[in-house]
Ligand binder design. Structure first.
Ligand SMILES: Cc1cc2nc3c(=O)[nH]c(=O)nc-3n(C[C@H](O)[C@H](O)[C@H](O)COP(=O)(O)OP(=O)(O)OC[C@H]3O[C@@H](n4cnc5c(N)ncnc54)[C@H](O)[C@@H]3O)c2cc1C
Length: 463
């Protein structure tokens, strides 16, 4: 039997081999793309993936796992061809256990679908990337997704109790479990978080969940000075006011939201700080007043409080759609977006933000700044033009310069999008800065233990 016949033997008609069916799998949400892979398979369970991996081991065929395909760093693009595993059919929620505060879900469940089921029971899963409509359980574990609520709840790594995986050699294994803690040697659950599909294929996960907050309130504070945005958030958190969500948008971002959603902003302002607080019915008003009085110390040009859910939802959706609305700012239709995704400690925020603003202004390249500022995460959407070598080099330099701001301010070049193909050089720079390049060698050796033939997601994180 040839490989295609063997694939049909395992997956029946859930094997795609026609070029037109496979084109969508050559791209993710980043600007990277690949050639057409050998085949795309759509498994329904771990056993099918196990058989596939044994076949790929025998025939030395590279494999790329793809879930929502919303990666912004090229990490779900099948750079080296081979077979793509689409997790789209492994999309069942298997168990919701509110007594123990966990949910067990297959890896292909989309985060919005997970949360709409949990909501029926008064619970939610806190990780909330802006892409939650597309991003899945497996994809978000593999990128250690953060998102809007990470200000209060942390990134995905805080929420994964355990998982079932298929190793590249075909063994099916369980990591972690249903309890809140355990100490039994190396923590493979933690190792899988952020591994970008290079170590194993996650087939299901046990995730912590939380009861939904009783009441939410929002502060919209507009500033002229970027440093005061950073100072506000640092002082809020160090005074014990921990936002449920804290986002910031610069003038370009605000303008794109205005064009896309019709939400206006005060003309004299350059930045928005949007802070949501979670509390009880009884205490929300007092909490909002206290929170706003901390922010007022940093001279906002305008500040308002609301607890109106519809109004809050509209701006929340606008923030989640910022990537799409920022496309409206392109100077030509063929421009594409390169995203900086840095994070710094809160005490470094105001100076790091100022430096980023100045670097962008000096670069002569159009870019907007925004981010999940509650955990020190700042994004820069840089508008790049294809075809011009000079522009490409300038964009690469700007991406590097913004990454170096994070490194100099004790932060990191990748807060939540991962390394993928795009940030390999930045990762090396960060390791070099800390005299820790040997860590990359250790990563490669760990990869060899899991994946001795180097089949899974070749060319991602490191070469
Ligand atoms: C508009 C937009 C907004 C975004 N906002 C945020 C944000 O706020 N916060 C944030 O953190 N990210 C954000 N992202 C980035 C992206 O959505 C996240 O990284 C997301 O977690 C990826 O999930 P996915 O299911 O789409 O994974 P994919 O893109 O399909 O895959 C991501 C990586 O995980 C691997 N993988 C996927 N599933 C599995 C599996 N089951 N087993 C093993 N490996 C697997 C893939 O091989 C790949 O390396 C955004 C992206 C877009 C397009």
């Amino acid at each position: 039997m040839n490989v295609e016949d063997e694939l049909r033997d395992i997956f029946g008609n859930r094997v795609l081999t026609r070029k037109e069916d496979m084109i969508p799998y050559t791209r993710d949400a980043s600007f990277f793309s690949s050639d057409i892979p050998l085949a795309v398979v759509i498994p329904r369970n771990a056993m099918e993936i196990s058989k596939l991996m044994r076949l790929c081991c025998e025939n030395n065929i590279p494999v790329t796992v793809r879930s929502g395909g919303s990666s912004l760093t090229g990490s779900s693009v099948p750079l080296r061809g081979g077979i793509v595993i689409s997790m789209s059919a492994m999309n069942r929620i298997l168990e919701i256990k509110t007594d123990d505060s966990f949910v067990i879900a297959e890896a292909g469940v989309r985060l919005d679908d997970l949360n709409s089921e949990l909501r029926k029971k008064g619970f939610f899963y806190p990780p909330d990337p802006a892409s939650s409509m597309a991003a899945t359980v497996g994809g978000s574990i593999n990128t250690n997704a953060g998102g809007l609520r990470a200000s209060l709840y942390g990134a995905t790594k805080e929420w994964v109790l355990g998982m079932e995986v298929v190793l590249p050699t075909g063994e099916i294994q369980q990591f972690g479990g249903k309890t809140l803690k355990r100490t039994k040697g190396y923590d493979f659950t933690a190792l899988m978080v952020g591994s970008e599909g290079t170590l194993a294929i996650i087939t299901k996960a046990i995730l912590k969940i939380r009861p939904m907050p009783e009441e939410l309130g929002r502060i919209m504070a507009y500033f002229t000075d970027i440093e005061n945005v950073g100072r506000s958030i640092m002082h809020l958190k160090s005074s014990g006011f921990i936002p449920y969500i804290a986002e910031f948008l610069d003038k370009g971002s605000l303008e794109s939201v205005k064009i896309a959603k019709g939400i206006d902003y005060p003309k004299e302002s350059n930045y928005l700080l949007m802070v949501d607080m979670a509390s009880t019915h009884e205490s929300i008003s007092r909490l909002m007043e206290e929170t706003s009085s901390v922010i007022k110390r940093f001279n906002p040009v305008s500040i308002s409080i609301t607890t109106d859910r519809a109004e809050m939802e509209k701006m929340y959706e606008a923030r989640k759609g910022l990537y799409s609305s920022s496309l409206l700012l392109r100077e030509s239709r063929d421009q594409y977006i390169v995203i900086a995704d840095i994070v710094v400690p809160l005490s470094e925020l105001s100076s790091a933000m100022r430096e980023m603003r100045d670097i962008i202004d000096r670069s002569g390249i159009k870019a907007i700044l925004f981010g999940h500022i509650g955990d020190g995460n700042i994004h820069g959407n840089i508008f790049a033009s294809p075809g011009s070598e000079e522009n490409r080099k300038k964009v690469e330099k700007l991406q590097l310069d913004l990454g170096m701001v994070a490194i100099r301010h004790n932060g990191s070049v990748s807060a939540e999008h991962g390394i993928g193909v795009e940030k390999k050089e930045l990762l090396r720079e960060e390791m070099k800065f800390h005299n820790s390049e040997y860590t990359l060698d250790i990563m490669k050796r760990i990869k060899e233990v899991f994946d001795p033939k180097g089949l899974l997601n070749r060319g991602k994180i490191f070469d």
